[in-house]
Design a protein around this ligand. Structure first.
Ligand code: COA
Length: 151
C-alpha cells in the first residue's frame, strides 16, 4: 500500500476528526485538534494514501517535553491496518528525535491493547511502569519508553 506522511495543517481538521472517531471509541472535539495544530511543542502528522483515497489513512500526535517526546495518540484507519503505516509513523518520529536532541520517546498504552504493545515492542520500546486510573474509564496504563540512540 502506498502512503505519504506529512505535517497536518488546519485544513486537515475534518479528516483528523473523522479518522480518530473511526479509530477509537472516543474522539477529541474540533477545538482540541485546533489547539494541537497551534501548539509549538506539538507534532501532528497525517498519512495520505498514494492511491487517490479521499480519506486519511493514519495520524500521530506527540509532544516535545524537555529531552523527551511523548506520544499522545496514534491511529490507523481499520481498512489500512497491517500495512506498516504505524511503523512508518513511529520510525519517522524516531528519526526526528535523533536530530532534535531528544533522548527518549515515551507513551502510555492500555494493557489489553495487544496490537499496539506488539508494535511498540517491535520498535524497541519496553515497559517502565504502570499508572493506575490513567484513562477516563478507570483503566490503568502501561508506560513504555525507548532511547532514541539504541546503537
Ligand atoms: C495499533 C495500530 C496503530 C497499528 O497500526 P498498523 O499500521 O496496523 O501497524 P503496523 O502495520 O505498522 O504493524 C507493525 C507490527 O506491529 C504488530 N501489530 C500491529 N497490529 C497488531 C495487532 N492487531 N495484533 C498483533 N500485532 C500487531 C505486528 O508485529 C506488526 O507487524 P506485521 O503486520 O508484519 O505482523 C492500529 O491497530 C490502530 O490504529 N489501533 C487502534 C488505535 C490504537 O490502539 N492506537 C494506539 C494507542 S496506544
Amino acid at each position: 500500500m502506498e502512503f505519504e506522511i506529512r505535517s497536518a495543517t488546519s485544513s486537515d481538521v475534518d479528516s483528523l476528526l473523522s479518522l480518530q472517531q473511526r479509530v477509537h471509541p472516543w474522539a477529541w472535539e474540533r477545538r482540541a485538534w485546533c489547539e494541537e495544530l497551534g501548539r509549538r511543542q506539538s507534532i501532528v502528522w497525517i498519512v495520505d494514501g498514494g492511491g487517490g483515497e479521499a480519506d486519511a489513512l493514519g495520524f500521530l500526535v506527540a509532544w516535545r517535553v524537555l529531552d523527551a517526546i511523548e506520544i499522545v495518540d496514534l491511529g490507523v484507519a481499520p481498512e489500512a491496518r497491517r500495512h506498516q503505516i504505524a511503523t512508518a509513523l513511529m520510525q519517522t518520529l524516531v528519526a526526528l528525535a535523533a536530530t532534535s536532541a531528544v533522548a527518549r520517546i515515551a507513551l502510555q498504552v492500555r494493557p489489553k491493547n495487544r496490537g499496539a504493545i506488539a508494535l511498540y515492542k517491535k520498535l524497541g520500546f519496553h515497559f517502565v511502569g504502570r499508572q493506575s486510573g490513567y484513562y477516563e474509564d478507570g483503566d490503568s496504563a502501561r508506560l513504555m519508553e525507548r532511547s532514541v540512540d539504541m546503537s
